[in-house]
Design a protein around this ligand. Sequence first.
Ligand SMILES: [Zn+2]
Length: 184
Amino acid sequence: MFEFSAGSPSLCLVDTVGNRGGADIERLATPQDFTRWLREASLLDPEGREALETDLVDARALRDALYRAALAIMNGKMPAPADIDGINALALGTPPRPQWVNSEVVHVSGDRVRAALALLAGDAVGTLADAQLGRVRLCPECRMMFVDKSPAGRRRWCSSASGCGNRAKVREHRARKSQEGSAT
Ligand SMILES: [Zn+2]
């Protein structure tokens, strides 16, 4: 149900709203959904507490602020100051910190859910910088937001399991064939 193919944790969070701009699909409907999302994203280990309603509210606010701000930057506009303030405020939280325990690196945090939100907000700041560099895209098929990390920087479609790029290519191919057919 959740996909993690957007190229960054914060953009994977953005994509928990499906079909943006159309009939939005809310995939984080309950705190339990957010807990499951954090676990599937490897941002919360099994010992971590469950997310609460307040955590869900913050996660959705971060997600939607990042979506609007990145979209504004992609369109050459200034993001709303309230959106940037919201992202920056959460990014001031303490993300998980590395510790050397029993000969290996272990990431620890006081409150694992809040630490995960701080990590996501910090990543969101990096995503805004990627947007500034023209590296954040909207898939023309499914409107999923993703960061293009290819060396050439010319990726058009998301790499989600729905296969948007393939679908579009098949459609273009069919359109070309039918045009050729009607020309003869
Ligand atoms: Zn797509």
